[in-house]
Design a protein around this ligand. Structure first.
Ligand SMILES: Cc1cc2nc3c(=O)[nH]c(=O)nc-3n(C[C@H](O)[C@H](O)[C@H](O)COP(=O)(O)OP(=O)(O)OC[C@H]3O[C@@H](n4cnc5c(N)ncnc54)[C@H](O)[C@@H]3O)c2cc1C
Length: 393
């Protein structure tokens, strides 16, 4: 059985706080002055990524063995939370680098890991994760993209939908069917490098939020890749790689939600302290105080769920999937509520682009959609409820 004391021990060494302090400094200096313009113009955060790379700030997402500094995974979740406090668009694209790397981390050969992970940890390469298709969103088993073996190569055909970092990324983890007769169990994962003949990208999606994070289709037309780019060199293992990836990436989405909610809460407190109505600052109204209190409770609860899920995932705990779904579901839903309330506390001013809560409110909605909608998370949690129900009666 799991030891509940060690389970909840989130202590980090002092060097981790130095790194998080540096990350916060870079976010304050590089993201805050640019985020509104990047949002309006849908500008990818290339310069910010360069600053992150110069400061060694991709390292918290990767294992020490591959040039990273993630302290068993806990630093990843906290670093992503910090960036999300400043801009969920930047955090989404940064998180997608890790998401693209995860199938290699979970299923790749040592050679594949050594080829890609150190470059990703150094910020020299950007990754993307390409699973979703136009007709396979929640319904992942309905994947249609194929990979047919031809000599020592695989030929990919199909279209991936809503791919974060598409067009910007140097390397793509792509899921395709190598054995159609096996359905999802006939799925494999491939590493496809940008510039490969037959790989192209769709139009830049004009999104409601996280607009600096680029989202496009990824299109494969007789795209030939060498067989050594099959993750783990074994075909038909893609479904396992995808499930492991999603179970370990959902805590990161939860931490993005926590960070965004924390940022919105901070803006709400700041505004409530200075906005005067009826002769006093609105923070003096008990109704306002209660709204702020509700925000704090939700954020604190979500943070604990996110950290626990991250720890479970790092430890390969058998209940990782359940706790990742719980954390992702709860944190993303409360982020939408907190951003909504933070905007409400700004009154009419919050409805304009003069205040960051307007963008935070728009950004928040994606959290309940990508990497499995809230309904899909609840399906997953409910499956555990049913499985464990006999223990409760
Ligand atoms: C901005 C953005 C970035 C993304 N980035 C990536 C990426 O980098 N890589 C990637 O592979 N994908 C990515 N996605 C895809 C994302 O994961 C999917 O959009 C998501 O899983 C939902 O799929 P869908 O959009 O097809 O919705 P659908 O699956 O069509 O769902 C529509 C509605 O039906 C509900 N629904 C569907 N099935 C069920 C069910 N069984 N029970 C109850 N309700 C159900 C859903 O909850 C939803 O409300 C991204 C999406 C967006 C919008």
């Amino acid at each position: 059985m799991n030891n509940p004391t060690s389970m909840l021990d989130f202590r980090l060494p002092d060097e981790a706080f130095e790194m998080l302090g540096l990350l916060r400094e870079v976010c304050e200096k590089e993201i805050v002055p640019r985020r509104a313009e990047m949002d309006a113009k849908e500008q990818f955060p290339t310069e910010i990524f360069q600053k992150f790379a110069q400061a060694g700030l991709f390292a918290p997402m990767f294992d020490e063995k591959y040039g990273g500094y993630n302290l068993g995974g806990m630093l990843t979740v906290i670093a992503i939370e910090v960036v999300s406090e400043y801009c969920l668009g930047v955090a989404t694209s940064l998180g997608a680098v890790k998401l693209g790397a995860l199938p290699i981390e979970h299923g790749g050969t040592e050679e594949q890991k050594m080829k890609y992970l150190p470059k990703l940890a150094a910020g020299e390469m950007i990754a993307a994760f390409a699973l979703t298709e136009p007709n396979a969103g929640s319904d992942v088993p309905n994947l249609q993209t194929t990979a047919v073996k031809k000599g020592d190569r695989y030929v990919l055909n199909g279209t991936k939908q809503w791919i974060t970092n598409a067009g910007q990324a140097d390397v793509y983890s792509v899921f395709a069917l190598t054995d159609k007769s096996k359905g999802p169990r006939g799925m494999s994962c491939f590493i496809v490098e940008k510039g490969t003949k037959g790989l192209s990208f769709g139009k830049l999606e004009d999104k409601m939020g996280i607009r600096c994070s680029h989202t496009r289709q990824v299109i494969f037309e007789d795209c030939e890749i060498p067989e050594e780019n099959l993750v783990g060199l074994k075909p038909n293992q893609g479904f396992i790689h995808a499930i492991k990836t999603l179970n370990s990436s959902r805590p990161f989405i939860a931490s993005m939600a926590v960070g965004l909610a924390q940022g919105a809460y901070r803006e709400a407190v700041k505004y409530a302290r200075q906005r005067e109505q009826f002769g006093k600052n609105i923070i003096n109204f008990q109704v306002v105080q209660h709204m702020l209190a509700d925000m704090v409770v939700k954020i604190e609860a979500a943070r604990l769920l996110a950290y626990r899920a991250a720890k479970y995932s790092a430890e390969n705990h058998p209940e990782t999937a359940k706790h990742s779904a719980i954390a992702k579901y709860y944190s993303s839903e409360i982020a939408v509520q907190v951003c909504n309330d933070a905007l409400q506390l700004h009154g009419g001013y919050g409805f304009t682009k003069d205040y960051p809560v307007e963008k935070m409110f728009r950004d928040s909605k994606i959290l309940t959609i990508y990497e499995g909608t809230s309904q899909i998370q609840k399906n997953e949690i409910a499956a555990y409820v049913i499985k464990e129900s006999n223990k409760l009666v």
